[in-house]
Design a protein around this ligand. Structure first.
Ligand code: UT7
Length: 360
């Protein structure tokens, strides 16, 4: 079996509460807490500096437009990239497992917005870990990225290809949103962070029991971003920017309904495949999309609320990073113990979703 033997996480030091967002766009702490359960989130130092300036700007739309056109204070180089967070989370997970990067046979990374269009952030992370021949695989699997990454790593290990794999979910999503009224539906939800886990092949009954993955590609427009994609020619143009096509788009209602439905389905599928019931699972760690989604799934499946680990209140939705961050925190808090059954589940862009059951 393939067991998680180390976890780690990293979030930027800059905390943005709902009150700061309320000074940038037409929203309120009450609206955000009631609809999402989020009170604060972590963002890159660049986003943080930008938000402080936006809060003071008399014409928010003009200021945000000037940031997308010219950067902040005349600079467009970032002070933090997604691989900075991936590196910190990976180093902590490796240390937690008592390993160094050289002990790992493969990296599986998922990231929505990379450092560069290419090579992918797995390669950048490998370089920053000073790895010169360890294979690095990258998924762009959105919020389901860690669950997908874990399933792929587990299957490669079951096939005998690798013995120790580092799985990472890292995001720097705050850098792509419009923090004025135009982008408020998404800007209040998403944030930055990274989480990592080391999976090791070991004899015995502990480890990943099964993984279940799905994608409905017919619904991809419900949560998508053109940004630098080839949906336009050329992929990046002034016109794309002027026509406001550089910004991610979401149909919040559609995402909500689909998320609740597919979370419930895939949790049921995962439990049935292992011949266990809700009551047998000691800890449910769901993608921290939104507290209302988690509550709807919890109520629908009759999961006792004390079996769910949630931290969306403090970090918002960190997409691929949210499940490994929650797993790391739950583990640190002693809420995941040896022998426990732990169920991870996630849903996100694609739409893609999945669940994994682990005997800890
Ligand atoms: O990993 C998956 C990530 N995505 C999600 O988890 C999103 C899932 N969807 C949701 O959580 C909810 O749909 C939202 C929280 C995004 C929105 O809640 P809702 O109850 O579905 O609101 P709504 O979309 O029906 O919008 C209600 C109103 C609209 O105003 P009008 O048209 O009724 O005048 C929105 O413009 O709320 C407005 N609104 C906001 N108001 C204040 C949208 N965003 C905001 C905001 N602050 N940030």
């Amino acid at each position: 079996m393939n067991r998680i033997v180390g976890t780690g996480m990293a979030v930027p030091p800059c905390v943005v509460d709902n009150h700061l967002l309320s000074r940038c766009m037409n929203t309120s702490d009450e609206w955000i807490v009631q609809r999402t359960g989020i009170r604060e989130r972590r963002v890159s130092p660049d986003t943080y500096r930008m938000l402080q300036r936006l809060a003071e700007a008399p014409d928010k739309a003009a200021f945000m437009k000037s940031v997308f056109a010219d950067g902040l204070d005349g600079k467009i180089d970032s002070s933090m990239t997604v691989s900075d967070l991936a590196l910190q989370a990976s180093e902590r997970a490796l240390e937690n497992a008592g390993l160094t990067a050289r002990d790992v046979d493969c990296l599986v990374v998922s990231s929505t917005v990379p450092d560069f269009a290419y090579p992918h952030p797995g390669c950048v992370l490998a370089g920053r870990l000073a790895l010169t021949s360890t294979p690095a695989i990258c998924l762009q699997q959105g919020c389901a990225g860690f669950v997908y990454g874990l399933a792929i790593a587990d299957q490669m290990m079951r096939g005998g290809m690798y013995r120790q794999v580092l799985v990472v979910g890292a995001e720097l999503l705050s850098t792509i949103f419009d923090y004025t009224d135009a982008g408020r539906d998404m800007a209040v939800l998403f944030a930055d962070g990274a989480g990592a886990a080391v999976l090791r092949a070991e004899p015995g009954p502990r480890g990943v029991l099964s993984s279940h993955l799905h994608t409905d590609g017919t619904t991809y427009e419900g949560l998508s971003g053109e940004i630098w994609g080839t949906s336009t020619y050329p992929p990046v143009s002034k016109r794309k920017f002027d026509e406001d096509r550089m910004r991610p788009r979401m149909n919040g209602r559609q995402v909500f309904v689909q998320a609740v439905r597919h979370f419930k389905e895939v949790v049921g599928e995962c439990l049935a495949a292992n011949g266990v019931g809700i009551g047998d699972v000691n800890r449910f760690i769901f993608h921290q999309a939104n507290m209302r989604i988690i509550e709807a799934v919890g109520e629908g499946l009759r999961i006792p609320s004390d079996r769910l680990y949630n931290n969306v209140e403090r970090y918002g939705n960190t997409a691929a990073a949210s499940v490994p961050i929650a797993l790391h925190e739950a583990r640190e808090a002693g809420l995941v113990k040896d022998g426990d059954l732990v169920l991870l589940a996630a849903f996100g862009t694609g739409f893609s979703w999945g669940a994994t059951l682990i005997r800890w």
